[in-house]
Ligand binder design. Structure first.
Ligand SMILES: CC(C)(COP(=O)(O)OP(=O)(O)OC[C@H]1O[C@@H](n2cnc3c(N)ncnc32)[C@H](O)[C@@H]1OP(=O)(O)O)[C@@H](O)C(=O)NCCC(=O)NCCS
Length: 164
């Protein structure tokens, strides 16, 4: 398996696998595949990595710029998805590591995400109770600092995360 930057030929596969992976998640409203396309169309897809094996796209992760008061050069991780029949085999871990390596390469201040700490804490993500995202319980609002200082306040994601 390789992790590489997306190409135009991957766009449909990324859409399909993201739709499938989020389809039965109780926290999902099904918007994730369209968010990725809107990010791409708006030039907001700072990184888009795919996991590929034998020509098949098995997973994907997106990174886009976010705004946090008093800080700059932070990025939001997500959506991230692995096709259901290949989950729990380490593909998500490989995508997470590549995503964070990409941010290190561009000397990003850090990375935020909203998700299950059971998965993300192993990659160094923590919550501090002061970083917020609407009314999401703060234990799900996590960050990892790279060169920046500790983030506080509301995360504002790219407009692509808004309405359809
Ligand atoms: C989350 C996701 C990308 C992880 O990909 P993956 O390839 O299954 O991840 P890995 O195989 O690298 O898993 C590593 C570990 O995380 C655990 N894990 C995977 N998904 C998890 C989740 N949603 N919550 C908690 N733990 C999770 C695995 O059980 C595994 O644990 P272990 O090492 O103790 O056995 C994948 O499960 C997925 O696509 N889920 C549906 C979409 C989704 O929920 N995306 C994230 C939204 S925040």
């Amino acid at each position: 398996m390789i992790i590489r930057t997306e190409t135009p030929a991957d766009i449909d596969a990324i859409y399909a696998l993201t739709a499938t992976a989020f389809a039965h998640q109780p926290f999902s409203d099904g918007s994730e595949p369209d968010i990725i396309n809107r990010l791409r169309d708006a030039g907001g897809l700072r990184f888009s990595f795919v996991a590929e094996r034998d020509g098949q796209i098995l997973g994907h992760v997106a990174l886009s710029p976010v705004a946090i008061k008093g800080q700059s050069n932070w990025f939001g991780l997500g959506p991230i998805a692995v096709i259901p029949e290949r989950q729990k085999l380490g593909i998500g871990t490989a995508l997470m590591k590549r995503a964070l390596a990409g941010l290190q390469q561009i000397t990003a201040s850090g990375c935020v995400l909203v998700g299950n700490p059971d998965f993300y804490s192993r990659f160094g993500f923590i919550s501090n109770g002061a970083l917020t995202y609407f009314d999401t319980p703060t234990q799900y609002v996590q960050f990892t600092q790279l060169t920046g200082s500790e983030p506080r306040g509301e995360i504002t994601y790219h407009d692509a995360f808004g309405g359809a």
